[in-house]
Design a protein around this ligand. Structure first.
Ligand SMILES: Cc1cc2nc3c(=O)[nH]c(=O)nc-3n(C[C@H](O)[C@H](O)[C@H](O)COP(=O)(O)O)c2cc1C
Length: 208
């Protein structure tokens, strides 16, 4: 855990420097490590889950689930989730107001056959959750750096369901509250591959 003071002040402007115009909400989403010590009201959590709820999914199977722990309201569950994170993530997540894990149901409820797109659809739901967070002045930071077996035990996730990602959530704070190397990362340029590298016309490799 970090000895840095609780985050106050103004978060950096992390608006995506998009090469082509995109909806302002999309450009406003980013993944902070510094969060204000401000609770996220339950009504906001409901709105985040409602946004996730309206994601598209294969056969409308809706494989998404979230186990949520607020630092001040569910301190034991929060500590248990924190303990599942990789040591690097734990450093800055200790001050996040909310931690969660996303969990995918791995078969179709309709017939029990394997759902090959469960992780895909959970990711879509988490993206909508993150965008709704941005619309509310919050930000969500998704993480692969956690121990899924530990999270399964900590959150009593049943068989047939897979913990997929951890998510830290809250109002973003000042990078000054972070220890290095996280402080520098919080303000380093946001980089993306150009669209020509991944968007093809007609056949693989033919740039748009
Ligand atoms: C599935 C997934 C796993 C990630 N894992 C981590 C992680 O373990 N630790 C971390 O600091 N960031 C993690 N990130 C955040 C990415 O590093 C971040 O989204 C990327 O650098 C782009 O930055 P942006 O979200 O601010 O645009 C993860 C993001 C996703 C979607």
């Amino acid at each position: 855990m970090t000895d840095a003071p609780a985050a106050t002040g103004v978060p950096p402007d992390r608006t995506a420097p998009a090469a082509h115009p995109i909806a302002p909400l999309l450009a406003s989403r980013w993944s902070p490590r510094s969060f204000l010590d401000r609770e996220v009201p339950e009504e906001m959590l409901r709105r985040l889950l409602e946004a996730a709820r309206w994601a598209p999914s294969c056969y409308n199977a809706q494989p998404w689930h979230y186990v949520i722990a607020r630092r001040h309201r569910e301190p034991e569950a929060f500590a248990a989730l924190l303990g599942c994170l990789s040591s690097g993530n734990r450093t800055w997540c200790a001050r996040a107001p909310v931690l969660m894990i996303s969990v995918a149901r791995m078969d179709f409820p309709q017939n029990g056959s394997p759902n090959r797109h469960a992780w895909h659809d959970l990711g879509a739901a988490s993206t909508l959750l993150a965008l709704e967070a941005a619309a509310l002045g919050l930000q969500a930071h998704q993480m692969a750096g956690f121990d899924a077996a530990k999270a399964r035990a900590a959150c009593a996730v049943p068989e047939g369901y897979e913990p997929v990602a951890a998510i830290a959530l809250g109002h973003p704070g000042s990078p000054d509250a972070l220890a290095e190397p996280y402080r520098t990362r919080e303000t380093s340029p946001r980089i993306r591959r150009p669209i020509e590298e991944f968007g093809f016309l007609g056949r693989w490799g033919e740039a748009l």
